[in-house]
Design a protein around this ligand. Structure first.
Ligand code: FAD
Length: 462
């Protein structure tokens, strides 16, 4: 055990739980902005960093995914130690972690899907966007068997939800194989998508186009797909005077509506995928005996308060795949409070609240702090707020001094864990680049945890 004077002479020790954008920005801000020396252990349950930048942002958006290069700079900082393949709550308890450091910043994201809560939701052929996205991005925990059997022979897909993730999913399903070929998707993903005989993809909004949360850039992109035509029913775009008024004050909605109106009345044309955007319909039931055959929807109207109300008119949309994309939510780690309704950790300016009071030395940033919204850059401001709170607490002397201060990685290794450090990650990175090169691609994502770890072991053995 170290004494007080050691605590004063050594750097501030911080563990960050989750190496997605929020965790990386928190680590970067800590090492660059703190008035005192800081060391950061940046833990992730996966052997790879970048969170949803690797396993969420659509692989056909290479420019957006290239943000990982910027994020990587923080990993290269000597004050930051990437410690992958360590799951907090399983490989190390919160209590144990806290005993090794002066402060912990939780940035473990919001990985659960929100259900539709309708009958038939669990039928084969019904997926959460989280499942499909994890699969096409090569997340080690993706349920390959479930997703691939859902995609087998799929002709008509319905995507429920009108956010950017719903558009990502619809676009990936509607793209021609040659458009996906250069991406970093795992080869089995490319093969399964190329074999799916998709003819129609319907994106379904419970409310009207004025309430859709997708951004105009993502919407517009749908028009440029090689083998798909976007179809919009002009009747869906008729707005009440109140909705017109509301939309006038919302630039994103105004632009979206202009784009949608430009598409109204288009025809798909023979041999092309019909990419339909339909509004004012809410799913009430998924139909089918042993797999999905359709979605029963109820027409809705949107009141002046922006809420959808059912009209009592029902119709069936035939579908052999239904993907729900109605939001992500977070959960607690064992020993960490979570607000069940919002799926976030209760906090005040990033200070974790336990029983309504700030818990010294515990902080939160990113999606698990504020919920699943915003772009990658939003997490930067968010992480800064949290780090400002942490550093103020350090200055005020309210942080607990990190217990026995054994090196965390040594402790984990002694327990049989196999932490993946920066050099190990570099070996994975190089192996993915080499794998991609075999097919003329910049990279191919390796999706199995064992393959990722094998790349590390092979490099270590050399
Ligand atoms: C499908 C999808 C597409 C998106 N596309 C875009 C886009 O095109 N452009 C854009 O700007 N934004 C996009 N976003 C939003 C962006 O990805 C998020 O804003 C951002 O990733 C949130 O960062 P985060 O660090 O809070 O969470 P995450 O990125 O989820 O990172 C959390 C990390 O914590 C790790 N973790 C979880 N549990 C534990 C544990 N117990 N122990 C250790 N580690 C743990 C996870 O493995 C993960 O690496 C997209 C999001 C999704 C879901």
């Amino acid at each position: 055990m170290a004494d007080e004077s050691d605590a004063e002479s050594r750097p501030l020790r911080v563990a960050v739980v989750g190496a997605g954008p929020a965790g990386i920005y928190a680590a970067e801000t800590l090492t660059r902005r703190a008035p005192v020396p800081v060391t950061v252990d940046l833990l992730d349950r996966l052997p790879t960093p970048f969170g949803l930048v690797r396993h969420g942002i659509a692989p056909d958006h290479p420019k957006m995914r290239a943000i990982r290069d910027t994020l990587h700079r923080a990993l290269d900082d000597p004050g930051v130690r990437f410690v992958g393949n360590v799951e907090v709550g399983t490989d190390v308890t919160l209590e144990d972690l806290r005993a090794h450091v002066d402060a912990v910043v939780y940035t473990y994201g919001a990985a659960l899907d929100r259900p539709l809560s309708v009958d038939g939701e669990d039928l084969p052929g019904s997926l959460a966007a989280t499942d499909l996205v994890a699969w096409y991005c090569g997340h080690p925990d993706a349920d390959r068997a479930r997703v691939e059997s859902a995609l087998e022979g799929v002709r008509r897909a319905v995507v429920v939800g009108v956010g950017n993730v719903a558009l990502d999913v619809a676009r990936v399903l509607a793209r021609a194989p040659q458009e996906l070929e250069p991406t970093d998707m795992p080869q089995h993903v490319l093969d399964v998508l190329a074999a799916a005989p998709v003819e129609e993809v319907t994106v379904l909004g419970r409310r009207g186009p004025a309430q859709a949360s997708f951004t105009t850039m993502e919407l517009r992109e749908l028009d440029g797909l090689e083998q798909a035509t976007v179809l919009v029913d002009p009747a869906d775009l008729e707005l009440s005077p109140a909705a017109e008024e509301r939309i006038a004050g919302d630039r994103n909605a105004t632009r979206n509506l202009a784009v949608l109106r430009g598409w109204a009345g288009h025809d798909a044309g023979p041999g092309r995928v019909a990419l339909r955007l339909r509004f004012h319909r809410r799913p009430v039931r998924l139909l089918g005996a042993d797999r999905v055959t359709g979605v029963e929807v109820e027409r809705t109207t949107v009141g002046d308060d922006g809420r959808a109300t059912g009209t009592g008119e029902f119709e069936v949309l035939p579908a052999d795949l239904v993907v729900r994309s109605v939001g992500y939510r977070g959960e607690g780690l064992p020993g960490l409070p979570v607000d069940q309704r919002s799926g976030t950790v209760p906090n005040e300016q990033g200070r974790v609240l336990r029983d309504g009071r700030p818990s010294p030395g515990e902080y939160v940033a990113g999606w698990i702090k504020r919920g699943p919204s915003g772009v990658v850059g939003t997490n930067k401001h968010d992480a800064r707020e949290t780090v400002t709170s942490l550093l103020a607490d350090a200055e005020a002397g309210v942080l607990r001094s990190g217990g026995d201060r054994d090196d965390l990685v040594r402790t984990l290794q002694a327990r049989g864990a196999e932490p993946v450090l920066l050099e190990d990650w570099r070996a994975i990175d190089a192996a993915e680049v080499a794998l991609g090169a075999t097919r003329g691609r910049a990279r191919t994502t390796m999706h199995e945890r064992e393959t990722l770890l094998a790349a590390v072991r092979a490099a270590t053995a050399r």
